[in-house]
Every structure is written in structure tokens, then in C-alpha cells.
Design a protein around this ligand. Structure first.
Ligand SMILES: C[S@@+](CC[C@H](N)C(=O)[O-])C[C@H]1O[C@@H](n2cnc3c(N)ncnc32)[C@H](O)[C@@H]1O
Length: 312
């Protein structure tokens, strides 16, 4: 079960049980989801880890292998699930997801329509945002993808918050039963402009739509179509830059213009300072080095938002 209610955040309230889903964390770019099973083991480059050693431990625990290597057992959240799920399609990542949820004004109790479902990366976070009483109806025309997404939502304990439908949303639009009842619509489709008239009919007055497209030509067609019934049309590209911040020696960083450096006092002086001495901390051979990570993600897509015009 993913931690969907902040008040019941798994890592604070519960210990790992047989059958739980845990995120095995080696480092920020090396994680995987594992279902805990009493008699099983996990084997990696750090050695062999017995699942039976994990049962009863709080989420977040550091556990050791037969060779003394370690991993962390994290509670599965939508944020971590997005990083470990099977990629059956391109997916949305955290920077786009968080912006989408904020800009679509999704809060507990909202009803949200989505198409396509893809790998369910966004859907998982949408479900947490609308929980416990809202609902996400997500549609994909690819039967196998829809079935795999359904299985994933079962596995993560979100199936009561999400309904997956198989439907060609560009061709048929959203089902009429949702007309004028939904708070927000999200489209990640190759030709989203075909689905916009239907999306407009589904939204409550003042509801908000978002369309994600990788190419600016798609965005232009989306905006053109939106102008008919929508207002406050805005397009964003979310560019995320991660930083590597650590202590280093000044030598070696001087010629690199991408590196910001700040002189640090020596460790001894810092210790004295934290113990209450008034010593001035101006000199030292170490620096705090901050440099953009080489792995930083570039363009993912454009997010176009628009609010349904209220005609009454
Ligand atoms: C890029 S994926 C969506 C990824 C998803 N946003 C995520 O974060 O995991 C696009 C999906 O749209 C689906 N799709 C394409 N055309 C469609 C259509 N006409 N109706 C419904 N789904 C469609 C594809 O099968 C694919 O699964």
C-alpha cells in the first residue's frame, strides 16, 4: 500500500509486514520495489539480504547483508513509485507531476479524468492527491497497458481510488456520464486537440485542463483549440537542475566555471564553534563545492493549462 494519507504515513506509524511492498534503496538512482516474503532473499552486489530480517522493522530501516553491505527499506510513496515502476511508455516525472497537481488545483475529494494512462506514473500521484474520497478515472486505448496499470494499482493498494477504462479518447471523447461533473482533466495524448472539446464538456464550470506534449507544434494546435471554450491559457516547460553539494579541496575546482565554491573553516574550528567558542571562522583549506549534476534531466515536454470559460 502506498502512503496516501499524510496522517497515516507508513514510515511513521507502521513496521514492515510479510506481503508489504517496500522500496529497496541503494542510492538515489538505484532503487527497486520488492514484495516482502518471509522465505525469500534479495541478492545484489552488497550480498544476500533475508526478507525475514526485515519483518517487524520500521520503514526507513538500514539492513545489512551477510557480507556487511547495507540497503535502506523505504515506505512506498507515489514519489518513489514513479522512480521504480516498469516503463511501458514514456512517463511523467516528479517535477512535471508536482506542477500538474498544483496547477490543476487537485485536492482531496476532487474527481479527475486522465488519458492516456500509460505506465500510471501520474495516475498514482493523482490518486494520492484526491484521497480519501475523490476518484481518478483514467483511460487508455491500449488494452494490455490498461490491464498492467490496473495490476499495478492493485499492487500499490490504490485500486479503490482509480478506475481504468479502455477507450479511444481522441476518437470517442470521454464517456458522457461524466458531463459537467469533473474538477480537472489531464491529457497525455499524441493529438490532444482531438480530445479537448469532449474534455470541456466534462469539466465543471471553472474546471482546469492540462495537456502534456513533447513538441511545440502539438502545443500550438492545443492552444488554438483551447481558445474556443477556455481562458487563462498558459504553457510551461519545467526544467529541473539538481546540484551536487559537498565538501572538497580547493585544488582541482579552480578552473571549473560551473562550480561555486565557499571557503569552509577547518573541521577542528567548526567543532569548537559548535561547542560555543566565539572563534572567527575565516580561514580553511576545505571548500563547500556546489556543481550542477551531469545527469540533470533536460526537456521532457510542455504543460499547457487552461480554465473552462463560464458561460452562465
Ligand atoms: C506517454 S503515455 C502516458 C504516460 C502517463 N502520463 C504516465 O505518466 O505514465 C501515452 C498513452 O496514451 C495512450 N493513447 C494514445 N492514443 C490514445 C487514444 N486515442 N485514446 C486513449 N489513449 C491513447 C497510449 O496507449 C499511451 O499509453
Amino acid at each position: 500500500m502506498l502512503a496516501i494519507e499524510p496522517a497515516k504515513k507508513l514510515s511513521f506509524t507502521r513496521c514492515i509486514s510479510d506481503g508489504d511492498l517496500v522500496i529497496v534503496y541503494e542510492r538515489h538512482d538505484n532503487m527497486r520495489a520488492v514484495k516482502v516474503s518471509e522465505g525469500s532473499v534479495l541478492q545484489n552486489r552488497f550480498g544476500v539480504f533475508k526478507h525475514s530480517d526485515w519483518i517487524g522493522k520500521p520503514f526507513g530501516t538500514k539492513v545489512f547483508s551477510n557480507k556487511g553491505g547495507f540497503i535502506y527499506l523505504l515506505a512506498p510513496t507515489p514519489e518513489l513509485w514513479t522512480l521504480v515502476l516498469s516503463h511501458r511508455t514514456q512517463i511523467l516525472y516528479l517535477s512535471d507531476i508536482s506542477f500538474v497537481i498544483m496547477y490543476l488545483e487537485i485536492v482531496p475529494g476532487c474527481v479527475v479524468l486522465e488519458s492516456g494512462t500509460g505506465s500510471g506514473s501520474l495516475t498514482t500521484s493523482l490518486a494520492r492527491a484526491v484521497a480519501p474520497k475523490g476518484h481518478v478515472y483514467t483511460f487508455d486505448f491500449h488494452e494490455q497497458r490498461a490491464a498492467s496499470a490496473r495490476e499495478d494499482f492493485e499492487k500499490t493498494g490504490l485500486s479503490s481510488l482509480i478506475t481504468v477504462g479502455v477507450r479511444d479518447i481522441q476518437g470517442e471523447g470521454f464517456p458522457n456520464e461524466f458531463a459537467s461533473t469533473v474538477d480537472s482533466v489531464f491529457l497525455d495524448l499524441p493529438q490532444p486537440w482531438l480530445a479537448i472539446p469532449s474534455a470541456g464538456k466534462m469539466l465543471k464550470d471553472d474546471g482546469v485542463l492540462c495537456s502534456f506534449s513533447p513538441c511545440i507544434e502539438q502545443v500550438q494546435r492545443v492552444c488554438e483549440t483551447l481558445r474556443e471554450n477556455f481562458t487563462d491559457i498558459r504553457t510551461f516547460e519545467i526544467l529541473l537542475r539538481a546540484y551536487d553539494v559537498r565538501e572538497a579541496k580547493l585544488e582541482g575546482c579552480q578552473d571549473d566555471s560551473s562550480v561555486s565554491v565557499v571557503a569552509l573553516p577547518s573541521k577542528k574550528r567548526r567543532q569548537r564553534s559548535s561547542e560555543g567558542s566565539n572563534a572567527q571562522e575565516t580561514q580553511g583549506s576545505s571548500i563547500a563545492m556546489a556543481r550542477p549534476c551531469a545527469e540533470a534531466k533536460g526537456h521532457t515536454g510542455y504543460l499547457t493549462f487552461a480554465r473552462l470559460k463560464c458561460f452562465s
